[in-house]
Design a protein around this ligand. Structure first.
Ligand SMILES: [Zn+2]
Length: 377
């Protein structure tokens, strides 16, 4: 990742670049910012700049062998550490490296993710991760080795606030007296939770929100959107890159699901039986997993429609894409406190039935008839 890949934040970039050019890279640094900030992205760009073999005045070159490895998160001198989840006896290895493939995949897809997305990526949404003592042993072992290719060895630790107290204490000594040419980059969303003895040894840098104009430029470069669309997405995102990416990049499935959903609501409301039968055939043909994903999507859209219904003047709280929003502006009139509980229960039960191998066509027919009644409430 290069500095230029991160929208805005010119002062921060300039400051980091100067530390390298003036040869005063601090050996322990803490980048912190709210969830959705560019803190991790900035650490990646900084590490790449530090290790680049052909540094430019304002950025890494992007083409040297070191940059290519940094870009793919496989540089042997850039180490990653992050919380993992101990899930039963099957996962004895609690070092971060045991989850490196999942880490790389997520970081490459979106370096602005938060803990929720990481745990989802690990397949353990309901658990909290931790950085265990074994991980500190691993870090200490790795930084004691000579660097492979670069002058510096860089450790990027995401969420040091998740370090177990023993892990933190173990690492403390290395932070106090690090091996030569070793840089610790800690990336935090909750710096107050970091062990004070560690925090106080780091040079802290707050990564602020990205300004609206830079976000708009980012959208202009990467997506084909109208000025109005960009304007609204940027306003909704409120400087949060994670949110901006979510709003701008709708997954293929979601477009299909939205079209299915709009049509379903229309024919259920009108109780158009022939079209309903055709629609149900189409949904039945999708297969069970996709039907479940569709029902989950419907639950999400209904929840957002309720929010829109209750707080139409506060679009910033609504988590919808532009297409969803355009439809929901009118549809949200039908979703209100008088029917949301029943709709939720109805669709959650349908989800359970489909999961439990019920006959899809019957489930969807029954749900459609109930929706007809509930929308007219
Ligand atoms: Zn380079």
């Amino acid at each position: 990742m290069r500095f230029k890949d991160i929208p805005g934040l010119h002062e921060i970039k300039e400051r980091l670049i100067m530390t390298v050019r003036e040869n005063r890279i601090s050996h322990a640094q803490l980048f912190y910012g709210e969830e959705g900030s560019a803190a991790l992205a900035m650490a990646l760009a900084y590490a790449q700049y530090i290790t680049c073999r052909n540094r430019q005045e304002n950025d890494s070159c992007g083409t040297c062998s070191s940059c290519i490895k940094s870009d793919e998160l496989i540089h042997p001198d850039i180490l990653f550490s992050y919380p993992v989840v101990k899930s039963g006896a099957s996962s004895k290895d609690v070092r971060s490296v045991s989850q490196i493939d999942k880490w790389r995949e997520l970081v490459l897809r979106n370096p602005y993710f938060g803990p929720g997305q990481w745990y989802e990526q690990l397949g353990v949404e309901k658990k909290q991760g931790m950085i265990y003592t074994e991980e500190s042993d691993e870090i200490i072992r790795k930084i004691s080795l000579k660097s492979f290719e670069s002058e510096y060895k860089v450790l990027i630790q995401w969420l040091p606030e998740k370090m177990h107290i023993n892990a933190a204490n173990k690492l403390l000594k290395s932070i106090e007296e690090p091996p030569d040419k070793t840089v610790f980059l800690f990336v935090s969303i909750d710096p107050d939770q970091i062990l004070p003895t560690i925090r106080s040894r780091c040079q802290a840098l707050k990564i602020p929100k990205i300004d609206d104009e830079s976000l708009k430029n980012f959208l202009r470069k990467n997506f084909s959107l109208t000025e109005d669309e960009m304007e609204r997405m940027v306003r909704w995102a409120g400087g949060n890159m994670q949110e901006l990416l979510r709003l701008s990049g709708t997954k293929e499935d979601e477009n299909e699901f939205l079209a299915l959903f709009i049509y379903w609501m229309r024919i259920s409301y009108a109780l158009n039986m022939p079209e309903l039968a055709t629609w149900i055939d189409e949904v039945a043909a999708m297969g069970r997993e996709k039907q479940k994903a569709f029902l989950k999507y419907v639950l999400k859209i209904l929840r957002e429609n309720l929010m829109l219904h209750l707080m139409p003047a506060q679009p910033s709280i609504i988590r919808m894409t532009k297409m969803e929003y355009d439809f929901s502006k009118k549809f949200s009139a039908f979703i209100h406190p008088g029917n949301i509980d029943a709709l939720y229960t109805l669709l959650s039960k349908a989800y359970d039935h489909i999961s439990g191998n019920a006959y899809g066509k019957l489930v969807f027919m029954d749900v459609s008839l109930q929706i007809n009644k509930l929308l007219k409430k």
